[in-house]
Design a protein around this ligand. Structure first.
Ligand code: PLP
Length: 408
């Protein structure tokens, strides 16, 4: 029998969303007449915009003619898409990057999950708590996290984000090698200010650490003074990698297209002391293990950055923003403490009466047929909170709020 990667043995078997799905299935089975409204899993509900559909059709037609057919594409992504991203997301905000520092992929989940391969198994990881579970589990799978005891990994540095510290993590007491930051944050829905990002970039530079900055929700930032990219902070291109995604920006959760920026200035020390370029390592990794995002998806992604695409996605994003506003207002009127939801599709709700996250989840499911996500599933500091998302339709969001109001 072959030996296995025993790091998998220490992973908890029930992934948060599978457990939620199991409880929802059981409830639906016992109550087939009840209409469940999900404010739980972070998937979008609005369809792709017309500019994207048009580009998809056109690209699909091209694939049917020998003159325009495309086979394997460049592993880093087609130049037409990288150039569109460079112009729209970075140059327009005064950020100087080269197109070949952008890597197109099939999702920020794959990229944030895979990027830890660039670091040694002895690298020390710091994470905010609560946190998007992929950062933790992907490191655990590589055997980098130590022992899992009482809900925490022994080699991870946890940076609690709570109402008391305004959901802004304090700098670590002990130096980590790699720090994951996510802003706007999943799950708390809060954003790191420019000052906070400057503090993190300065810390990483002084301490020879890397920042892995997850900007999957940057499209929800509506304050023009608020950074939407870590590269708006001076010196970040020497210490940071940024993950971005079209999943929530343009409803691409089922299409799969994201992009990661790995600046060429990022250097890491190998065991023998030589300095390696993280950009070259990631290129090597991607060209070995990945064959690129489909041509038709990249053409559809390009259309997101066209003037028509931008106007159309703005309309969709405003629907979600409206839902989040209604949630914040409605929860406030019910006397509940809710955070986030302003530059984010996520509202982070404090459970009433000191209930645990899972007890509140069950209360809502059983009595209001509303699904939320228990905060404890995102880490120990998420206990006593639930996450609600603004991705359902406006009608369902209002209906869910009305049910909550009559329940509470
Ligand atoms: N990063 C964060 C913080 C997320 O919440 C998600 C998805 O929910 C992702 C990354 C994954 O995005 P993608 O759909 O591009 O894989």
């Amino acid at each position: 029998m072959p030996s296995i990667n025993s790091a998998y043995a220490s992973l908890s078997s029930s992934y948060l969303f599978s457990e939620i799905a199991r409880r929802v299935r059981a409830f639906q089975h016992a109550n087939p007449e009840k209409e469940i409204i999900s404010l739980g899993i972070g998937d979008v509900s609005q369809p792709l915009v017309p500019a994207v559909i048009e580009a998809l059709h056109k690209a699909a037609d091209e694939m049917g003619h020998s003159e325009t057919f495309r086979g394997y594409g460049p592993e880093q992504g087609y130049a037409f898409l990288r150039d569109a991203i460079l112009e729209h997301d970075f140059r327009s905000r005064g950020i100087a990057l080269d197109a070949d520092e952008i890597f197109i992929s099939d999702g920020a989940k794959s990229d944030v999950g895979n990027f830890q391969e660039m670091f040694g198994t002895d690298a020390v990881i710091a994470l905010t708590d609560p946190v998007y579970p992929v950062y933790v589990d992907s490191n655990a799978m590589s055997g980098r996290c130590g022992e899992f005891k009482d809900g925490r990994w022994s080699r991870i540095i946890y940076l609690p984000c709570t109402a008391e510290n305004g959901f802004e993590p304090a700098l670590p007491e002990h130096r980590p090698d790699v720090i994951y930051l996510c802003s706007p944050n999943n799950p708390t829905g809060t954003v790191l200010s420019r000052t906070a990002l400057e503090r993190w970039v300065a810390y990483a530079r002084e301490n020879d650490a890397f920042l892995l900055f997850d900007a999957a929700y940057e499209c929800f930032v509506s304050d023009p003074d608020q950074p939407r990219s870590i590269f708006e902070i001076e010196g970040a291109d020497e210490v940071a990698v940024e993950f971005r995604s079209l999943s929530k920006t343009a409803g691409f959760t089922g299409m799969r297209c994201a992009y990661t920026v790995v600046p060429k200035k990022l250097k890491a020390r190998a065991d023998d002391g030589t300095m390696l370029s993280l950009h070259d390592m990631w290129l090597r990794r991607q060209s070995t293990k990945y064959n690129g995002c489909p041509y038709i998806v990249q053409r559809a992604a390009e259309a997101v950055f066209s003037p028509a695409g931008q106007a159309q996605i703005a309309h969709v994003l405003n629907i979600y923003r409206g839902n989040a506003r209604n949630m914040l207002r409605g929860l406030d009127l019910m006397g509940l403490a809710a955070y986030g939801g302003i530059h984010s599709p996520y509202v982070w709700l404090k459970t009433p009466g000191g209930m645990t996250s899972w007890d509140f989840f069950d209360l809502l499911l059983q009595n209001a047929a509303v699904v939320c996500t228990p905060g404890a599933g995102f880490g120990a500091s998420g206990e006593g909170y639930v996450r609600m998302t603004a991705f359902n339709s406006p009608e369902n969001t209002l209906k869910a709020l009305a049910r909550l109001k009559s329940l509470l």
